[in-house]
Design a protein around this ligand. Structure first.
Ligand SMILES: [Zn+2]
Ligand SMILES: [Zn+2]
Length: 333
């Protein structure tokens, strides 16, 4: 296990890098913070100095009104207290980064959230060799296998063909998932307007500003009901069962999330078309990444720690689960 006085200290509120006096993804406001990506369980407002990718800073600006910070592009970094920090693509959402820290000859990587599947809305995951790999484990159980995304997108088209008078209402988290679903619909050839719930607009606009093309987007509020027959609507998951959806013609409810792998969850939310589309590594990606990196130690931040911990033990990989708070599973699955 890790030495008692390691230079990296996991705390319930985040990972503290002692020689640099810097926190990674702290869940409460801190003087110095490196932020891996814009999701609320990693990015909080109110820090003093922030280091993050330009895209993450822009997303934090949109969410918290605090765009101040030092932008660090992928592959670049800074030095503080003898620790060399650099950011590397995590493939999770636009701007998401892993943090590599080098100190006295030791290399430590913190993944934040990551995935290894291709995603047209963000840069691909980079495998960064390290001695200590500090990983997420949102889907750290063998049951979680994310299918290829093309098959999930095809379910939407099949339903529209069968029911041309209906509309398909897709619940998708506003940062990352919504834009990825839209981009995948475009890639599959859907060139009609896609209709948005008001809560999805600003992040989609920011993605466009940052160079991710999403095609023609229209606001549901501005559209006559009949015009949306046979069309696709994207809304936050919370709006699926909301009375808001009454303005849609015969809505068929879909939901894009890795949690849709669990049938009970889909049923619970009244989802007719569960779309197993996740922005996190699935079980195979988690375990293959550890295998490929072959780090001396693996530390697990959040998710199903026990499953991954057990796997590491079985494969004689030194591992420990960190008790992180404020990283409850969210709709960003
Ligand atoms: Zn995330
Ligand atoms: Zn997370």
């Amino acid at each position: 296990m890790a030495k008692a006085k390691h230079w990296i200290e996991p705390h319930p509120q985040g990972i503290y890098v002692r020689p640099a006096e810097v926190w990674i993804d702290p869940s409460v406001s801190k003087e110095n913070a490196v932020v891996t990506h814009g999701h609320a369980d990693h990015a909080r407002g109110g820090h003093g100095d922030v280091w993050a990718t330009p895209e993450t800073l822009a997303i934090m600006g949109l969410r918290y009104g605090t765009e101040a910070g030092t932008p660090i592009a992928y592959g670049e970094g800074f030095e503080r207290g003898g620790v060399r920090f650099s950011l590397h693509s995590a493939g999770h959402v636009l701007g998401s980064a892993q943090v590599l820290m080098e100190y006295q000859g030791e290399r430590v990587v913190v993944t934040g959230d990551y995935k290894r599947r291709p995603d047209p809305t963000c840069a691909p995951f980079e495998l960064v060799p390290c001695d200590i790999f500090i990983t997420e484990a949102t889907f750290g159980l063998p049951v979680f296998q994310h299918p290829p995304i093309a098959g999930e997108i095809a379910k939407i088209f099949a339903r529209l063909e069968a029911e041309p008078d209906s509309s398909i209402l897709i619940g998708a988290y506003a940062l990352g998932k919504a834009q990825r679903v839209i981009a995948e619909l475009r890639r599959a050839g859907w060139d009609k307007p896609i209709y948005l719930h008001g809560a999805q607009v600003r992040m989609c606009e920011l993605y466009e500003e940052l160079g991710v093309s999403l095609g023609e987007l229209r606001l549901v509020m501005d559209t006559p009901k009949d015009e949306m027959r046979g069309q696709i609507i994207i809304a936050p998951p919370s709006a699926l069962t909301d009375k808001w959806s009454r303005r849609l013609p015969n809505p068929v409810t879909a939901m894009a999330s890795g949690w849709m792998r669990v049938r009970g969850r889909a049923r619970q939310r009244g989802v007719e078309i569960p779309l197993v589309i996740s922005d996190h590594a699935d079980w195979d990606e988690l375990t293959e990444t550890i295998r490929e990196l072959a780090p001396k130690e693996t530390w697990i931040t959040h998710g199903s720690e026990d499953g991954l911990l057990r796997w590491c033990e079985l494969h004689q990989i030194r591992a420990r689960a960190l008790a992180m708070v404020g990283r409850e599973e969210g709709d960003d699955g």
